[in-house]
Structure formats: C-alpha cells, structure tokens
Ligand binder design. Structure first.
Ligand code: LIP
Length: 280
C-alpha cells in the first residue's frame, strides 16, 4: 500500500505541475469571470478546466478513487469524506488573485484514506514552488526539507489570515474583531497571501508563525494540513479543539503555544459545514 500512495503522490505532483502551466498560460489571455455563492465568490473557466484535467487523469489511473473538487461541489456534487481513497482538489486556490494577476496562486491536491490525509501537494505556480508532504515522511519545497519557525514568543511573530468571501455584517464584524485583537497582542505583523494553501505553506516553511481563518473549505486546507504537520506544525479548530476538516475553521501554527495564544483572540463562529446536506 505504501508504494501505491507514493505513486499516487508522484502522479499528483505531475498533475499539479501540468495544471500550473495551464494557469500561467491563462494569465496571459483574457480571464472570463463568473460568480458562485455571491458577487465576490469568483470562478473562471480555468478553475473548471484545471479541475477536469486533474480528475480525468486520476480517474484513468485510479478508477475506484473518489473526489471532492471545489468546482464539482459548486456544480452540485456531494462534499462527503468517506473512508475510501479520496482526492481533495482546489484547482485554483486564490481565484481572486488569479483574476487580478496578484501573484499568489496555487493548485492544491490533498489525498485522504480513512479520513486521514496521506499526502498533500501545493504548487504555488507563479513562484514555481512545489510543496509536498507525505504522512510520516516530512515536508518539502522543491525537494528541500522545510520546517516551521522555532519562534514561541507571539510578540515576535507574524500571523497570516484572510477576510474570506462573506460580506454579511455580523461575519465581517467577527473577522475584524479577531483581527484587531490578534494585531494588538501585539504581534510583529499580520499578512495574507490571498490563498489558504499558500498561507499554510508559509507556516510550514517558517515565514509566518500562524495562519487562521473561518469560512474556507476542505479543498483549501486538505493538502496544506499534512504539509504543516509534517513540517513540525500544529493544527487546531478556532475554539481550540482538534481540527475538523469539514468545519471551515482552522488555526495552523508552528507550535501549540502559538496556536493556543491565537485561539484566545478569535471570536469564533460556525459557517455551514462543508458536509451539511443541501438545503431544498
Ligand atoms: C479562497 C481561499 C482564501 C479564502 C477564501 C477562499 P479559492 O479559495 O484560499 O484564502 O480567504 O475564503 O476559500 O476560492 O480561491 O479557491
């Protein structure tokens, strides 16, 4: 089984690279923008094309495997994590960045078996950085081992976060209240790359001490989750419990000390779970 997952990961890496080429080419041409849940939740034909490219290729090689893909779910497919081998795909993490040519865009491919992430591939395709991790085997960027930062003093830290795509007043108020409290700990700074997957890789390679967000989705974080833990980091729910991949809430940090310190400053809220049954 072990070799099978290594082969699957190698295939994931090759597909992420191919997808990155498609994304880079698309940046040179017109990007037709459509919307999903609201006017700031963007999607392009490239998101859909890349997801199809990845799913088709995996299906040919692994016909029994299952998929959770951002655009397939948007098109009405179920978002359910079972014990079966499952590819969890965000074809373009950072779609808004892509639309505006803001230079952080990732292809994110996580792979779970028995609801545990076995490997993750995040290709930051405009920087040409390939982040990979396999459970129990370390985390890498372009083949070089990576590690979280050793900083345990939150006052000497940079924290990453995002504003997400909800513009509901009560949600925005909670996001700003948490941001204000985190900033005023005080920390050295707050940053955001505009993609959850790259923010998590920034934790994994020690550029930021923590990343937190509420409102993202399982495909944004599945690959990054194993990259962070294999680089020595810690994952928590925004209320301090164990991370639940379907809950749309995450704190990823270099250490439990920093993770728990950030949790203290977050005003938690609970968006509709990714695996909630569709409303009629
Ligand atoms: C986006 C994330 C971003 C987050 C948004 C959204 P998309 O993913 O990576 O960091 O703030 O809520 O989930 O839509 O570009 O794949």
């Amino acid at each position: 089984m072990a070799d099978l997952w290594q082969n699957a990961m190698d295939h994931g890496v090759a597909l992420a690279r191919r997808a990155g080429e498609v994304v880079r080419e698309a940046l040179l041409t017109d990007r037709e923008v459509m919307t999903k849940s609201c006017s700031v939740d963007l999607v392009t034909q490239t998101d859909q094309k890349v997801e199809q490219l990845i799913i088709q290729s995996v299906r040919e090689k692994y016909p029994t495997h299952r998929f959770i893909g951002e655009e397939s779910v948007a098109a009405g497919e179920a978002c359910v994590l079972t014990d079966e081998p499952t590819w969890i795909i965000d074809p373009i993490d950072g779609t808004t960045n892509f639309v505006h040519a803001f230079p952080f865009v990732a292809i994110s491919i996580g792979f779970s078996v028995k609801k545990q992430i076995e490997f993750g591939v995040v290709y930051s395709c405009l920087e040409d950085k390939m982040f990979t991790a396999r459970r129990g085997k370390g985390a890498f960027c372009n083949g070089e081992a990576i590690q979280v930062s050793g900083q345990t003093d939150v006052h000497q830290s940079i924290i990453a976060t995002e504003f997400g795509s909800s513009r509901e007043t009560d949600v925005v108020d909670k996001i700003f209240s948490s941001l204000r409290k985190v900033l005023c700990i005080p920390v050295h700074g707050v940053r955001g790359a505009g993609t959850a997957a790259i923010n998590m890789c920034l934790v994994a390679c020690g550029s930021v001490e923590a990343y937190y967000e509420t409102g993202l989705h399982v495909w944004d974080i599945a690959a990054g989750a194993v990259i962070v833990t294999e680089a020595g980091g810690v994952l928590l729910d925004t209320e301090g419990g164990a991370l639940d991949l379907m809950s749309r809430r995450i704190v990823a940090a270099n250490s439990r000390i920093i993770a728990e310190r950030i949790v203290k400053e977050i005003d938690p809220f609970s968006p509709t779970r990714d695996d909630a049954p569709p409303t009629l």
